[in-house]
Design a binder for this molecule. Sequence first.
Ligand SMILES: NC(=O)c1ccc[n+]([C@@H]2O[C@H](COP(=O)([O-])OP(=O)(O)OC[C@H]3O[C@@H](n4cnc5c(N)ncnc54)[C@H](OP(=O)(O)O)[C@@H]3O)[C@@H](O)[C@H]2O)c1
Length: 282
Amino acid sequence: MASDPIAVVTGGSSGIGRALALELLRRGYRVAVVSRDPGRRKKIERELHDFAARLGQSAPPSCLALRADVRNYRELRSAAAEVEEKLGAVSLVVHAAGAARPGYADQLPIRTYREQMELNFLGTVHAVRAFGAAMLDRGQGSLVTFSSVAAFLPVFGFSAYAPAKAAVIAYAETIRQEYRHRGVRVHVVCPPDTQTPGLSRENEHKPYETMELSRGAGLLEPEEVARQVLRGVRRGRFLIVPGTPSKLLFSLSRHLPGLTRLLLDREIRKIRKGDPGKATQP
Ligand SMILES: NC(=O)c1ccc[n+]([C@@H]2O[C@H](COP(=O)([O-])OP(=O)(O)OC[C@H]3O[C@@H](n4cnc5c(N)ncnc54)[C@H](OP(=O)(O)O)[C@@H]3O)[C@@H](O)[C@H]2O)c1
């Protein structure tokens, strides 16, 4: 047990992060999850302990649920110190904490742009710095950051979220080069729409056009995303795009950006024509 690998999952109390925490436990990792809400944290802690017990991994402690806000670098550093002290040397960090706030670009408050950057981009920098420092010292480990399909295919309604997630890809690209020769691998995940509590909250704010655009794009389960993420990490992939439709969209937007814009514009025109009363933007 003492030599089991140790993983940290930020945002591990819900959605994709929760699925990853459970899957990692199943694969023999000891897991620490980091999040804010005490109720959700207690629930995932119980769930992880019960799951670990069923797997026959009750002692020494195989899981831990800690409180930290990823927007606060100091809190993440304390969490990192606590994980190393209570579980041991971390070899895998999955930074899944994040959220999307969609809306019409001319109606979203300016502060939403700042908040999206703070949570999704700076949160990533904080997690990488807080948990990655010990990995760089040891010359070993993997850092998994979370972006989104919206980063390479920024669609209607995501003017605050898409730039923040695009910044995550650019950041991951640079640290991949800087950390590689120091023994630390960097990955970036771009999930498509995935059935999570986060997506349900996001849907409450989506403009009608965004809702309709995503209707045809399909929906993944968090457990499927978790499996694809871990497969990508095992295979040493930098960019992990779960699901075949998202991989095709990635290729289309990269190789045929003009055609991608044309198709998007045509789709939006069709949606607005189909039910003009539902679009709340003129
Ligand atoms: N679901 C999708 O369709 C989708 C698509 C593309 C990309 N993504 C990305 O995938 C990641 C996971 O999304 P999800 O849908 O699984 O989200 P989710 O169900 O809302 O879960 C988000 C997790 O992050 C934690 N969190 C949120 N803000 C935090 C903060 N400031 N500090 C610490 N923890 C925080 C939440 O716990 P607390 O609120 O208790 O802190 C929760 O554990 C996100 O980065 C998201 O942007 C999701």
